[in-house]
Write a protein that binds this ligand. Structure first.
Ligand code: CUA
Length: 153
């Protein structure tokens, strides 16, 4: 009888784990990256999508918004951005140096930013306000201070 209890307990745990995977996937719309796109971290400043003068918020023809960012010790550049509420916002982020993480609390916007790869996440901000964009992968002495501000209007 004791063995049966443990068997049920472990099966219940498996159900909880599977349930949380399905919950995050289908209810919260959080998915692993579905495409792999490389970029030369050392050459971001030399031109292309992640050059300094191309960064920031650009409205698309279909009403969505694209935000191009560079992560580097210790900030997400540009440091301040303004995006609309209730419309899809696609972030495209490249690291100029080491591994960073990007996280916007209270949204499904969260991903690692691996040097050499483009991190892409789409989210919808439900309501206007100020949102911090934080680094959640330890990246050096300034990690605690690595954040930018998103103003949702
Ligand atoms: Cu960037 Cu921690």
């Amino acid at each position: 009888p004791l063995e049966k209890k443990w068997l049920f307990a472990s099966l219940a745990l498996v159900a909880v784990f599977l349930g949380s995977i399905f919950y995050t996937a289908f209810e919260r719309n959080i998915h692993p990256p579905s495409h792999v796109e490389t970029v030369d971290s050392a050459k971001l400043h030399l031109g292309g999508e992640f050059a300094e003068d191309k960064l920031g918020v650009v409205g698309q023809a279909d009403g969505s918004v694209r935000v191009t960012l560079v992560a580097g010790r210790y900030g997400f550049y540009p440091r301040q951005m303004s995006v609309p509420a209730g419309r899809p916002v696609t972030f495209r982020i490249a690291s100029m140096d080491v591994l960073h993480g990007v996280h916007v609390p209270m949204t499904n916007m969260g991903t690692m930013v691996v040097p050499g790869y483009v991190a892409q996440v789409t989210t919808v901000f439900p309501k206007p306000g100020e949102y911090p964009m934080l680094c959640n992968e330890y990246c050096g002495m300034g990690h605690d201070h690595m954040w930018s501000r998103i103003t949702v209007v």
